[in-house]
Design a protein around this ligand. Structure first.
Ligand code: GDP
Ligand code: ZN
Length: 463
């Protein structure tokens, strides 16, 4: 295992940028104490008990002037986030004070941490594995309670445990094959060995398929469900959007500081994060000039996983309604029949025929009706078997993991077709080993440096 002494001491602001009640400057490494103690007026930090928080002041050693009143958490290796000595300076915040303290820590020999470097150290020092490191990243970005639970499960290592067990199983078979090959004098050894490999390949493949089945749900929970709200002008799209955005349902994620420097708009619908596509077409300041245009809604429909088509029950169907019904016929869609508080003018038999299997939800945005039903319909459409995010329930959410599971599975296909074609055992063994390696890349038991750099650079600084 890697020891901490290979690394220099790093520091970064661990709280989000901007104004806040408190900011935390995190310092980790062999020289964490040396980097902080010359700046700290209070108890001798190297004498206090580990995992205590200590009151004092940060003083600029050159001018002797006081920079801030602070609390310093002292956490000695190895029971820390990075397994190194970690000191965390909790200061009063404000960008200037926070940065001043960070600069002072750096002047004492620490280096500014790269994005994700604390978590990378936790990985390199053996505290967490790769899939757990990725879970940390998911946690930071979690959009709903459910997304959070999935990430927490992964952080807890349940995916890693499952993968490790599969690898252990494969390894045992490979070892057995090795032994059999070494004693070819036994009768039937070739048949026995192939049988062993075939059984194990089938078994592991079944487990991988089971995991991959969770991937679709997992992806939705992690990345959100791209959703387009379409409909001709004045049917109630903005009203629906407002209902959805109502109070705690609005989640606007500012992912600045990460690799995607954009603002995305999410709504939390029954625990499913809906990522709204082209809300610019719906948010409008002046209804008179509103014109979403057929081209624009076509684009939104194409980009969406889910289309919510809004119709006005108080008016007969128009050509534009019919066009939208036709354009969305092949999509996963839900029809909101809005304004049902007004007298019904829309031709229901025709709509039912045009809608086919699509669920039609009778709604009234002014009477606050239909939104609950919309929520349960979305769950129904995307989570037939219900959303299982209980503790210990393993779900794959990460594109990298999904890719590796598919590669591992195809290596097993090669094992099986190789056996069927009567290939020599040592060739079949190679495919089995490939499966073992691919699974190992998920937990980081086999990894490459570039992968690490790429993964951890997606974190924000301070994590
Ligand atoms: P959009 O153009 O599709 O975004 O439609 P809006 O949400 O801007 O709504 C158009 C008009 O219909 C507004 O005056 C709303 O107050 C009204 N409206 C929206 N939903 C309902 C409803 O369920 N019942 C009634 N009676 N009026 C509604
Ligand atoms: Zn409108």
């Amino acid at each position: 295992m890697t020891t901490t002494s290979e690394f220099d001491t790093i520091a970064a602001v661990a709280t989000p940028p901007g104004e806040g009640g408190i900011s935390i400057i995190r310092v980790s490494g062999d020289h964490a104490f040396e980097a902080v103690m010359p700046l700290f007026k209070g108890k001798a930090l190297d004498k206090v008990k580990s995992h205590t928080i200590n009151y004092g002041h940060i003083i600029d050693p050159e001018t002797q002037s006081e920079v801030d009143e602070v609390m310093v958490s002292v956490m000695r290796a190895p029971k820390t986030y990075t397994r190194e000595d970690v000191l965390e300076i909790n200061c009063h915040g404000g960008l200037v004070a926070t940065n001043d303290i960070l600069q002072l820590v750096i002047s004492q020999g620490a280096r500014l941490a790269e994005p994700g470097e604390f978590t990378k150290r936790a990985f390199l020092n053996g505290r967490i594995d790769l899939s757990q490191a990725e879970a940390v990243m998911d946690l930071i970005r979690a959009k709903t309670d459910r997304s959070m639970k999935v990430a927490l499960n992964q952080l807890d290592g349940s995916l890693s445990r499952l993968i490790k067990n599969l690898r252990q199983d494969i390894l045992e078979v490979l070892a057995q094959v090795e032994v059999n090959i070494d004693y070819p004098e036994y009768d039937d050894v070739e048949t026995m060995t192939t049988k062993l490999l075939l059984e194990k390949a089938k078994e592991v493949k079944a487990s991988i398929q089971q995991l991959l089945k969770t991937a679709k749900q997992g992806k939705v929970l992690r990345d959100g469900l791209a959703t387009a709200i379409v409909g001709r002008p004045n049917v109630g799209k903005s009203s629906l959007l407002n209902e959805l955005l109502h109070e705690d349902k609005a989640i606007v994620t500012d992912v600045a500081g990460t690799t995607r420097d954009v603002i995305e708009e999410y709504v939390n619908v029954g625990g499913v994060p809906l990522k709204l596509v082209d809300t610019a077409g719906i948010h409008h300041t002046d209804d008179k000039v509103e014109k979403i245009g057929v081209e624009r809604s076509k684009k939104a429909i194409a980009a969406a996983d889910l289309v919510i088509l809004v119709l006005d029950a108080s008016e007969p169907l128009t050509a534009e309604d019919r066009q939208l019904l036709a354009d969305t016929a092949d999509e996963k869609r839900i029809i909101i029949l809005n304004k049902t508080d007004l007298p019904l003018k829309l031709e229901m038999p025709e709509l039912e025929q045009l809608a086919g299997d699509t669920k039609i939800i009778k709604a009234s945005m002014t009477q606050n009706q239909g939104v609950d039903q919309l929520e349960s319909e979305i769950s129904h459409l995307f989570f037939d078997e219900g959303i299982e995010t209980g503790r210990g329930n393993v779900m794959v959410t990460n594109a990298r993991h999904i890719g590796l599971l598919k590669q591992a599975s195809s290596a097993l296909d090669d094992v099986m077709s190789g056996i069927a074609a009567g290939m020599p055992v040592d060739l079949v063994q190679i495919d089995m080993t490939r499966c073992w390696n691919k699974l190992g890349e998920i937990t980081g038991d086999s990894y490459q440096d570039e992968l690490l750099d790429q993964l951890f650079s997606q974190f924000c600084v301070g994590k």
